[in-house]
Write a protein that binds this ligand. Structure first.
Ligand code: RP5
Length: 171
């Protein structure tokens, strides 16, 4: 995006990109300038430090951090900035993402990470949570979020009407 990113989406590995792309897609839908970066708490710790400590002065308002397995990225980001950090636990091949979930959500008291669901649903929700936070200072964005919710409600009601019209009564 040409604009200064308001939301940074950072991930521990290129293998996380397919999942975190969901967050980027939601932010694009809402017209929120964002950036995607691959930075690892374990493999590139110096870059992680530089990134987190400079994010606020670059105009970033919020960080979404996705990582898997012994997932420290969101916690490390949160420890190095006063910006809110939303953690997205990656689904993993060994433990299904429970490993990522517990290592992201179980922050000791003092340094919070707002942790969402495992995998792609979590990535989408991380972006929607970012939208809700930014919407507190942006009336237009709040209206777009309300319209998004209304559309979701409408599509469920439509699916329900179609199901009822088919006649689902049994026996
Ligand atoms: C974490 O290790 C990454 O966030 C990724 O989810 C996981 C596995 O990384 P790769 O071995 O696929 O690069 O740091």
């Amino acid at each position: 995006m040409k604009n200064e990113p308001k939301v940074s989406i950072v991930m521990g590995s290129q293998s996380d990109l397919e999942t975190l792309q969901q967050a980027a897609d939601v932010l694009r839908e809402f017209g929120i300038a964002h950036e995607l970066r691959i930075i690892s708490a374990h493999r590139t710790p110096d870059a992680a430090h530089r990134f987190a400590t400079s994010a606020e002065e670059r105009g970033v308002k919020l960080i979404i951090a996705g990582a898997g397995k012994a997932a420290h990225l969101a916690g490390v980001m949160a420890s190095l900035t006063l910006l809110p950090v939303i953690g997205v636990p990656m689904k993993t091949s060994d433990l299904g993402g429970l490993d990522s979930l517990l290592s992201t959500v179980q922050m000791p008291g003092g340094i919070p990470v707002a942790t969402v669901a495992i995998g792609k649903a979590g990535a989408r929700n991380a972006a929607l949570l970012a939208v809700a936070i930014l919407a507190q200072q942006d009336k237009d964005l709040r209206e777009r979020l309300a319209a998004y919710r209304a559309e979701m409600t409408r599509s469920v009601e439509e699916a329900d009407s179609e199901l009822c019209a088919k006649g689902t009564a049994e026996g």
